[in-house]
Write a new protein. Structure first.
Length: 143
């Protein structure tokens, strides 16, 4: 997980975005248990079952990360560089940077590197595309 310094220079919108996305990993574990005990409809994708609600959240993060291939840029920049470019505004680049954190913690299948700069953007993009195909395939849903 990426560590972020919540300095006073972040505007309130950016802080709200950070806190809202920080809760996703906690929901992820509990939701996976729902698939095991059959209390949620799940999608079989990438070697695991993912609750449909979590799939929708991951697909939203994937869209923020891959739209216009902005994630490719976000992987190469530090938070300071992104903040300098965005001028403390919530831009697509800022959204992509935060989306990567959630994607990193998701069950999507891609090679996770210790340094974001070493992560292969195309692996993430392909994994997101596969999840979307599986979500739209009725045969991948649990009963």
């Amino acid at each position: 997980m990426l560590k972020i310094n919540l300095g006073r220079n972040l505007d309130d919108g950016l802080k709200r975005l950070l806190f809202a996305t920080a809760l996703l990993p906690a929901v992820t574990f509990a939701a996976s248990v729902q698939c095991l005990i059959g209390t949620a409809r799940c999608i079989n994708s990438q070697g695991t079952q993912i609750p449909s609600k979590q799939v929708i959240e991951i697909l939203d993060r994937c869209a923020e990360f891959t739209r216009g291939d902005v994630g490719r840029i976000a992987l190469r920049l530090s938070y300071k560089e992104i903040n300098d470019r965005s001028g403390n505004s919530i831009t697509p680049l800022v959204k992509a940077w935060y989306a990567f954190d959630d994607i990193y913690d998701s069950p999507l299948r891609f090679d996770r590197k210790a340094n974001a700069e070493e992560t292969r953007y195309l692996e993430i993009k392909r994994s997101c595309q596969q999840l979307e195909r599986d979500f739209n395939d009725d045969s991948k849903w649990t009963k």
